[in-house]
Design a protein around this ligand. Structure first.
Ligand code: MOS
Length: 731
């Protein structure tokens, strides 16, 4: 086959759904207009652990408009069939209203259903719950650890003992919450034994399968719809208890039910990036060649499920060294279960490793970039595999040049601007992008337009646009004549919209489906005596702007429309498939970055202001440069939050989250976001998929916090090993 000309891929296009979004026509989960919908409000536990001893629902039930109050005392027993898919985790998932146990502060203990939202809210405030409270355990430092997951190569302890230079550093990372702009929300409607759910999720198929498992329904009795997501960052990667609550409430009241979590409820109704305590010991020779590292990693999880993430990988493969040992221990606490959050695991590990590398560089008097270059591995030393592509050196070179690294005086606290101490820092980042099996369907209509569908999600990166780009080029159509649809479990199935997997996975399935449709049309034409393409080898035909022609001879050809009309075909249709990564893997396949930060720190007040940031990315081929730039800016903004602002504070006396609101849980606002620049190296990585992409949504946040922390050190000479870095820590 002649390769198709690429017109849309690589072009800096605006979002195809941009107009819908800015005119309010894009419908988010809670905005669907479902006939007869009533409202549900969750009553959440006000103790951190214990038993419910009494629930008085009388006042709530007498309140005008209240239809029903459901709790474990009157809720139906639910089958909760095993479901290891849907991103359920090892353990026993929270079962809503199935018993009197309270496992964490904020757990749903009842739901009030009413004809209006106001009645449901007031009804919820009237429910009186009594508890036999027990002392909850929410402090990572005080609780028992699980058995570790271990990794080792060489002999790290011996390696450290014989290292000329040694560091022993402990870092503490705050818990972060995703805080998407759109709260999590569900509308559930039963039609007999079937249920339709409009739900904020990053995985309609996973939510479908979980609802089917909880109610013991066949998968085709559940339909999940979710065409737009107002931000996710990972919070929608599994089906949370409130979605089940909405479905239970709808079934019990025989009315469609809408349930929207309040901002406060988002802090325990969905997951979070877990807090970490991470002790890193690092050894090197006098020139900075790393010899050994030990990683003691403790992270919170819930008492009922074990959440783990890719926090071990960077310590195994980012730098070359013979001796590594790692112990990763989860610490079960009386909290709800964590979940992946942007750059999951890698971002947390990278703060530690990249801060430590900066400490080592300073100790040795070696430039931080030069130190990293000296430890660049020639293969993945954990997997013993060659890298597919790894252009980290180029990221350093381009980043140093574009950021003006050579103007940096290496001495800390050497640069001032009035009251402000100025610092430059950098860090490397890596992320192992996910790749999940995916399917798609493409239909070319007789009028020359096409519709492509997959049960994918667009939480903001621009899936609608980027998938339309790859579909348009594979079909030989313009962007305007292709419609991409997603967010419905009736569409061909895909994996979760997370882990930077969507373009590699869904995109590959879309291209496969579109290639097949184009191929069908070409076969039809070259075998048709009435076609100008009759007898031309199929491999010599390409399609542009909906017109098939001989490659290099544009005059000889015809349009899809004339071809389909002559053959009386209303449409051509094909399904595409992406099977997932090759097994066994032949390459170590990762996206990389070098991130640079310039900060100003008020010399007397300790206030940190980020002045400039630059990220340089090796993320494979870039399908949609304008949207990729937005992704990078978003990742850097998220990283600024992790570095300087975001911190979930729990009152360990009763497990209550103290700052469960956007006034007290600080996220970056415009005034916190400086000049941010993103540079993609572009270039294909064909090890993982035919599109040559690696995935970029996660890697853009990895390394950001370390780059800022390193810049703060350079500005002040003060090393803060705790996130977020606050003014108090710098006083
Ligand atoms: Mo991303 S943390 O996989 O949504």
């Amino acid at each position: 086959m002649s390769p198709q000309p690429q017109a849309a891929v690589g072009a800096p296009l605006s979002r195809v759904d941009g107009r819908l979004k800015v005119t309010g026509q894009a419908q988010y989960a809670a905005e669907f207009d479902v006939d007869g919908v009533v409202h549900a409000v969750i009553v959440d536990a006000s103790v951190g652990r214990g038993r419910i001893t009494a629930i008085d629902t009388g006042a709530a039930e007498r309140h005008p408009g209240v239809l029903r109050v459901i709790s474990h005392r009157n809720a139906p027993k639910l089958p909760y069939r095993d479901n290891s898919g849907s991103n359920n985790l090892p353990g026993r998932r929270l079962r809503v209203f199935q018993d009197d146990r309270v496992l964490f502060h904020g757990q749903p203990v009842a739901v009030v259903v009413a004809t209006t939202l106001e009645a449901a809210q007031h009804g919820a405030s009237l429910v009186r719950v009594e508890y036999d409270a027990e002392q909850s355990s929410t402090d990572l430092h005080e609780a028992e650890r699980d058995e570790p997951t271990a990794y080792a190569r060489g002999d790290a302890d011996a390696g450290l003992r014989s290292s000329a230079v040694r560091l022993d550093l402990t870092y503490r990372l705050a818990r972060n919450h995703h805080n998407p702009m759109e709260p999590h929300a569900t509308i559930a409607r039963w039609d007999g034994d079937k249920v339709t759910v409009w739900d904020k999720t990053q995985w309609v198929m996973g939510t479908r399968d979980e609802i089917a498992a909880v109610f013991d329904l066949p998968a085709d009795a559940v339909r999940v719809i979710n065409p737009f997501v107002g931000g996710g960052f990972g919070s929608g990667l599994r089906c949370w208890p409130h979605t089940i609550v909405a479905a239970v409430a709808a079934r019990e009241t025989k009315r469609p039910v809408k349930l929207v979590l309040s901002r406060r409820q988002m802090y325990f109704g969905t997951g979070f990036r877990p807090t970490y305590e991470y002790r890193l010991r690092l050894g090197s020779d006098r020139r900075g060649r790393l010899t050994a590292a030990t990683h003691e990693i403790d992270a919170e999880t819930s008492s009922y499920e074990t959440f783990t993430e890719g926090v071990m990988a960077p310590g195994q493969m980012l730098y070359s060294m013979p001796h590594v040992s790692q112990n990763y221990r989860t610490v079960p606490l009386d909290v709800n279960t964590p979940i992946w959050m942007r750059g999951p695991g890698f971002a947390s590990a990278s703060f530690v490793i990249e801060s430590a590398m900066d400490e080592l560089a300073h100790k040795l008097g070696v430039d931080p970039i030069e130190l990293r270059r000296r430890n660049e591995p020639s293969e993945d030393e954990a997997k013993n595999l060659p890298f597919s592509t790894r252009r980290l050196r180029e990221c350093y070179t381009v980043g140093a040049r574009e950021f003006g690294w050579d103007r940096r005086n290496p001495r800390p606290r050497s640069t001032r601007d009035g009251d402000w101490l100025i610092g430059l820092g950098m860090a490397a980042g890596v992320y192992d992008p996910g790749r999940f099996p995916a399917q798609a369907r493409a239909r070319l209509h007789a009028d020359g337009t096409a519709v492509v569908e997959a049960a994918a999600t667009d939480m903001g990166p621009g899936t609608y646009t980027s998938q339309t780009q790859v579909a348009a080029d594979a079909l030989g159509l313009t962007m305007r004549t292709v419609t991409f649809r997603l967010g419905d479990s009736l569409y061909p199935q895909t994996g979760p919209h997370g882990g930077s997997s969507t373009m590699a996975s869904v995109g590959s399935a879309v291209v496969d489906a579109c290639n097949k449709v184009r191929q069908q049309a070409i076969e039809l034409a070259v075998g048709d005596e009435e076609s100008p393409l009759h007898g031309v080898p199929a491999g010599d035909v390409v399609v542009r702007n909906g017109r098939l022609h001989v490659k290099g001879t544009p005059a000889r050809g015809e349009t899809y429309r004339s071809l389909l009309a002559r053959h009386n075909r209303p449409q051509l249709e094909a399904r595409g498939n992406y099977a997932g990564p090759p097994a066994p893997e032949r390459n170590s396949y990762n996206a990389y970055n070098a991130t640079f930060a310039e900060v100003a720190v008020d010399a007397t007040l300790g206030l940190v202001r980020v002045r400039r940031m630059l990220g340089v990315y090796d993320a494979g081929r870039i399908i949609s440069p304008k949207l990729a730039e937005s992704q990078a800016i978003g990742g850097i903004v998220g990283g600024i939050g992790t570095a300087l602002l975001e911190h979930t504070v729990t009152d360990h006396r009763d497990g209550r989250i103290v700052n469960a609101n956007l006034a007290d849980y600080l996220v970056p606002v415009n005034a916190d976001v400086p000049r941010v620049r993103a540079i993609y190296l572009d270039g294909e990585d064909n090890a993982g998929n035919a599109l040559g992409v690696k995935g970029l949504g996660e890697v853009v946040q990895v390394g950001v916090a370390a780059a800022i922390g390193n810049a703060v050190f350079h500005a002040t000479g003060r090393r803060v090993r705790e996130l977020p870095i606050t003014a108090e820590a710098l006083l």
